[in-house]
Design a protein around this ligand. Structure first.
Ligand code: ADP
Ligand code: MG
Length: 261
C-alpha cells in the first residue's frame, strides 16, 4: 500500500461536504467513433467532495473528467455543472470552463511565457480582469503554492514539481468552484509528488470540490471522501475510502486492488 508521502497533518474536519450539488451526470454515454468509451454514467458530486477516480489504464477516467469541462463532447445523457447544463452551446462551455479548473499530467504551461504571464493570461484575456488585479491575484496563488520567487522565470527553468504547482496556481487564478486533476503526479519524481500532493491537500482543506484521477492510494485514503472505481467505461463501484479499500464488492475492484496495493 503506498502511503501518502507527506508528514503534513491532515485536518479532515475542515473538509465539509455541503448539500449543494456541484456536478450531476445522468445516463451519460460517449463514443469515440464507433467505440463506446463511457457507458451509462450516473454520478452526483456535492460541493466540498474530494473524489478519487481509480481504475485500469484505458477505463475512461480521463475521458470522464474531460467531459466535465467540455474538452470532450458526450453524445447521450445530461451533465450539469454548478447549475449550468453542458450542451454544445459555446456560451455554456465558456461558463463551465471558467468555473472548472483542470490540471493535467503534463503541466501544459506555455513555455514562451513567464510563470507570472502563464497565470495572468487567461484572467486578462478571457475574464477581462484588469492587469494589476490579475498580477496581484497571480502572486497570491503563487505564494499559496510556495513559489512566488519563481514568478519571473520560464517553465523550462523550473522542476517538474514546481511546474505542476504553477499549473495549479494558474487554474486557481480563474477562481474555479471545482478542480479536476488528471494524474497530476504521474510524471513526477517521488520527492516532487509530495509537494504537489501537499498543495492538493491544502485545497481540500479550504473546501474545494475536487475530482482527482490518481494512483496515489495514500491520498485517496486520507483525503478523499469517496473513491470511484471505473473499468471498461463504467463506474463499477464507489464507496468511502475505508470501505472501498477494506471491503471491495466487485471482483474487478478486488483484482485491481490486488495489483496496485
Ligand atoms: P484512462 O484515462 O482511464 O486511461 P481514457 O479516457 O484516456 O482512459 O481512454 C479510454 C479509452 O478511450 C481507451 O481505450 C483509449 O484508447 C480511448 N481513447 C481515448 N481518447 C481517444 C480519442 N481521442 N479517440 C479515440 N479513442 C480514444
Ligand atoms: Mg488517463
Amino acid at each position: 500500500m503506498s502511503e501518502l508521502m507527506t508528514d503534513r497533518q491532515i485536518d479532515r474536519s475542515k473538509m465539509q461536504v455541503s448539500d449543494e450539488v456541484a456536478i450531476e451526470i445522468s445516463n451519460m454515454n460517449k463514443w469515440y467513433g464507433s467505440f463506446h468509451v463511457l457507458r451509462d454514467i450516473n454520478l452526483t458530486v456535492n460541493q466540498g467532495e474530494r473524489i478519487v477516480i481509480a481504475g485500469p489504464s484505458g477505463s475512461g477516467k480521463s475521458t470522464l473528467i474531460r467531459c466535465l469541462n467540455a474538452l470532450e463532447e458526450h453524445q447521450q445523457g445530461r451533465i450539469e455543472v454548478d447549475g449550468t447544463v453542458l450542451s454544445n452551446d459555446l456560451k455554456n462551455i465558456d461558463k463551465i470552463r471558467s468555473e472548472v479548473g483542470m490540471v493535467f499530467q503534463h503541466f501544459n504551461l506555455f513555455p514562451h511565457l513567464s510563470i507570472l504571464e502563464n497565470c495572468t493570461l487567461a484572467p486578462i484575456w478571457v475574464r477581462k480582469t484588469p492587469k494589476k488585479e490579475a498580477i496581484e491575484r497571480a502572486m497570491h496563488f503563487l505564494e499559496k503554492v510556495k513559489i512566488p520567487d519563481q514568478a519571473h522565470k520560464y517553465p523550462g527553468q523550473l522542476s517538474g514539481g514546481q511546474q505542476q504547482r504553477v499549473a495549479i496556481a494558474r487554474s486557481l487564478c480563474m477562481m474555479p468552484r471545482i478542480m479536476l486533476f488528471d494524474e497530476p503526479t504521474s510524471a513526477l519524481d517521488p520527492e516532487m509528488i509530495k509537494e504537489v500532493l501537499d498543495t492538493m491537500i491544502e485545497l481540500a482543506e479550504e473546501g474545494m470540490t475536487m475530482l482527482c484521477v490518481t494512483h496515489e492510494m495514500g491520498f485517496a485514503r486520507q483525503v478523499a471522501n469517496r473513491v470511484i472505481f471505473m473499468d471498461a467505461g463504467q463506474i463499477v463501484e464507489q464507496n468511502e475510502p475505508e470501505e472501498f479499500f477494506n471491503n471491495p464488492k466487485s471482483e474487478r475492484t478486488k483484482l485491481f486492488l490486488s495489483q496496485i496495493l
